[in-house]
Design a protein around this ligand. Structure first.
Ligand SMILES: NC(=O)c1ccc[n+]([C@@H]2O[C@H](COP(=O)([O-])OP(=O)(O)OC[C@H]3O[C@@H](n4cnc5c(N)ncnc54)[C@H](O)[C@@H]3O)[C@@H](O)[C@H]2O)c1
Length: 328
């Protein structure tokens, strides 16, 4: 297929673009580089630096390249920041996405794969979390992702849009040329690696009194390679007649923060300096996915997501991107 990938200079989007190209699809990347890295866009993709809200650029790309579907990663991703400057999250994740939807539909592109998040669930009633669980986001970030799903659902009900929304749990790991290096990093594994090599101060461990075996939060880590594969399968499912799907992407196995830090120490051969801190508001004790729906409908099976492989690939990506020498 001929695909528009928004946010294709970012962590998950750039690797997905590469895997889509390898599968024989044509890829056009639109990214404003607000947090992405131009050098991470795979060389086989046509790259345009622009906002998804730039109607004339996106419309022209759809027409010139005969775009058939869009894989939409572009957006703001920091849950904590969304509670401090929520308007930025509503403007980009919702406002600009709605502009993108309109531009795509006006250009005859009616199929979209959306990046959603486990953050739509808030604190779950039961584990593992399946898609029937109530959606009560605890952050503005989660709310914005849920609203976009709801917009897509209402358009799909009228036959105006086909969509697959993929609710990622904790994206992690890396691949050559696709290290996790968000400009403002908030994710545990890259922060722990940076602390271990001395590029950052001690890691703040938020909450050590949760009702979990070691008192720290438990999360379901999913390798970015497995996420990329899910997007490839989602795009290809449109050709088989899929019209709408909202599906979790996780492994069903959770690891506590302390278990993750221990694995970072093992893999890097360095201790992770830690400072214990209070709980953060909105952090659930445990988030673990049921991804049975993605397996059933898309045929998706995570193959790269053992904790050891995730941390080893994150470490390889970190060394390639930053080295391990003291920062100048
Ligand atoms: N990383 C995770 O753990 C995680 C978990 C759940 C969901 N997600 C979602 O997955 C998507 C990708 O996340 P990521 O980790 O790769 O983030 P990222 O910041 O690495 O990638 C986002 C990309 O979008 C681009 N972008 C942002 N606003 C744009 C705009 N208005 N126009 C054009 N480009 C724009 C950025 O420059 C960046 O390259 C996001 O939508 C995020 O909400 C990520």
């Amino acid at each position: 297929m001929r695909l528009l990938v928004t946010g294709g200079a970012g962590y998950i989007g750039s690797l997905t673009a590469e895997r889509l190209l390898e599968r024989g699809h044509e890829v056009v990347v639109v990214d404003d580089l607000s947090s992405g890295h131009a050098e991470d866009v795979p060389s086989g993709a046509h790259f345009v630096e622009a906002s998804i809200a730039d109607r004339s650029v996106v419309a022209a790309l759809c027409e010139t390249h005969g775009i058939e579907a869009c894989v939409h990663f572009a957006g703001r991703i920091a849950m904590g920041e969304s509670m401090v400057v929520p308007e930025r999250y509503w403007a980009t994740n919702v406002g600009e996405t709605l502009v993108l939807f309109k531009t795509l539909i006006d250009a005859g592109v009616d199929a979209v794969v959306l990046s959603s998040t486990a953050g739509v669930y808030g604190t779950p009633d039961q584990l593992p979390i399946d898609e029937q669980q109530p959606t009560v986001p605890a952050s503005t970030y989660g709310q914005t992702k849920l609203v976009v799903e709801q917009v897509a659902q209402s358009m799909a009900a009228l036959g105006r849009l086909r969509f697959v929304a993929l609710r990622y749990f904790n994206a992690a790991g890396g691949a050559p040329g696709h290290a996790e290096r968000h400009r403002t990093e908030t994710h545990l594994i890259p922060l722990a690696i940076a602390a271990a090599v001395g590029h950052r101060p001690a890691l703040q461990l938020f909450g050590t009194d949760y009702p979990t075996p070691d008192g720290t939060c438990i999360r379901d880590y999913i390798h970015v390679e497995d996420l990329a594969e899910a997007h490839v399968l989602a795009v290809e499912a449109f050709d088989r007649g899929l019209t709408s799907l909202i599906a979790n992407l996780g492994t069903g196995t959770g690891y506590s923060n302390r278990e993750v830090l221990a694995m970072v120490s093992t893999v890097t051969g360095r201790e992770v300096p830690v400072v214990e801190a209070d709980r953060r508001p909105g952090d659930a004790a445990e988030l673990v996915a049921s991804s049975a729906l993605a397996t059933e409908v898309l045929g998706w099976v995570p193959r790269h997501s053992s904790l050891e492989q995730i941390v080893a690939d994150a470490w390889a990506g970190y060394q390639a991107a930053f080295g391990t020498l003291p920062l100048a």
